[in-house]
Unconditional design. Structure first.
Length: 80
């Protein structure tokens, strides 16, 4: 997979492909050479997913507004 193809993948598509790779590697269906290629692709997909998650986390930071409507700062998003 090229860098351009990878950068175009949504988080969900990258995760689905990564899950398929893990399944194929765990099943033993791939030859040694294919396994190495799949592992390499999996590493790229993992990094892509981590980048997407980091980006989403940064976007989710909540902006605190003061009583006057001025931005008082930000706080990290806290999942419940």
């Amino acid at each position: 997979m090229t860098g351009d193809e990878l950068s175009q993948l949504s988080f969900e598509a990258a995760l689905a492909r990564l899950e398929a790779i893990v399944h194929k590697l765990e099943s033993g269906e791939a030859s040694l050479e294919d396994s190495i290629d799949l592992y390499t692709e999996g590493q790229q997909l993992k990094a892509h997913c981590e980048t997407k998650l980091d980006s989403a986390s940064a976007k989710i930071e909540a902006i605190q507004l003061s009583a006057g409507g001025d931005a008082a700062g930000t706080r990290p998003f806290e999942a419940s």
